[in-house]
Design a protein. Sequence first.
Length: 153
Amino acid sequence: MNNARNLEPEMRMKAAQLNIEMGDWVHGLAPWQVISHLTFEWAASFDSGRRCYEKFMRTEMRGVSYFYALEQNPGRDGCHAHALWCDCKNMRRTDIWQKWFHRYGRARIEPVNSRDDVSDYCAKYVAKENAWWNVKLIGHRHPAFKDFKLSNE
């Protein structure tokens, strides 16, 4: 069911604007290469999902920049993740899938075909109630490095 139907017209417009702005922001963070949808075999809380996802990225996906959102499962307790990755270098999606599956649960890991579509898709989860998100940009992708220049003087 579309919860937007329960909103007053003015609030619908604000919600739509928030989705657009969030999609633009996510799109501008990095040249996303991979979109993933990751589940947990158990009814993971948001805190458990966050810890597991970030540990997986730290141990198995070192050097990868990411944006992810945790969303409440629609048909059961717990949450699942939607994520965007870049700087994956020579990592194989099948290897990543296997590592996630053996530790946590099912996964769908796909190449990004349209950056606009996936940024908007992930941003819609950020704007939902009962959702949580985070971003980690590695090295030169971090905003602190955007305007940094070495001086020869």
